[in-house]
Design a protein around this ligand. Structure first.
Ligand code: SF4
Length: 71
């Protein structure tokens, strides 16, 4: 199992994560990136994944390094 997390409050809405991994990432109603069916934990959103897949590419593409993938 893997887990992906976004520190949402620091998102600059560049869209890189959504372009690289639309299966997992989307814009929230507030215009910041979020995770489809993710769990809100404080200022963050988290989601368990069977395998990280394209979330790794999203992590690498984030210009402010607020996406974290744990394996
Ligand atoms: S790549 Fe980072 S800064 Fe850009 S939309 Fe996604 S989480 Fe926000």
């Amino acid at each position: 199992m893997a887990k992906v997390e976004i520190e949402r409050v620091m998102c600059i809405s560049c869209g890189n994560c959504i372009d690289n991994c639309p299966e997992i990432f989307e814009y929230g109603d507030d215009g910041l990136s979020t995770l489809k069916d993710g769990e809100i934990v404080g200022d963050n959103v988290e989601k368990e994944l069977e395998n990280p897949g394209c979330a790794k590419e999203a992590e690498e593409s984030c210009p402010v390094s607020i996406i974290h993938v744990y394996e």
